[in-house]
Design a protein around this ligand. Sequence first.
Ligand code: 5RP
Length: 232
Amino acid sequence: MDKAQQDALKKAAGIEAAKLVTDGMIAGLGTGSTVRFLVDELGRRVKEEGLQFTGVTTSRRTQEQAEGYGIKIVDIDDVDHIDVTIDGADEVDKNFNGIKGGGAALLWEKIVATNSNQIVWIVDESKVVDTIGKFPLPVEVIPFGAGHVIKKFEDKGYKPVLRLDAEGKPVRTDENNYVVDLHLERIDHPQDLAEDLITTVGVVEHGLFLNMVDKVIVGDPNGPRVMTNGNK
Ligand code: 5RP
């Protein structure tokens, strides 16, 4: 699949998911190129249909885009609930275990997700996999002592790589932390790995989102299809 085809599938999934946002809702808005299409569509509906909703965003990038459309964005602590959060994902398997954080927003994404009544992911079909882990697993790490955390990951065979920007400097998250990508190739025991990562001092959060999502809208050449999680 080339990039244009992939973008068309992402856009179709984003437009489909935008239908889930209705007047008066509080909606969590994720991060990434697929979510950009979602926010474009929500912005169109605000302008052309008078849709009124409040958004909570998972990154400053999404906040800027949404506010550019006149969408009202509030701080997560200014709402007592979030009706639905729509976000992208890097990989998802048939057990609804996924990897997120390709866009370095995993920490806010997980905080928003865990405070949402419903979680929906929008992906193109290439993200649906048998076993997660081919996509390098992002881990958000405090800069102080990050070298030691990376060494511990190396010793465990996790193949960590500190994420750098185009200028060769460490990428900083919205919380000013580093991202370390683990090149694991496959993750057969995601629960065990999640437990190991989150109990490593210096790790703030990891990109394993295990059985959290309620519904995945998959951009498919035949039209968007929905995978519903019956085990939540
Ligand atoms: C950002 C994310 C994104 O949702 C994920 O990387 C998917 O991005 P895209 O829609 O650009 O493929 O987790 O931290």
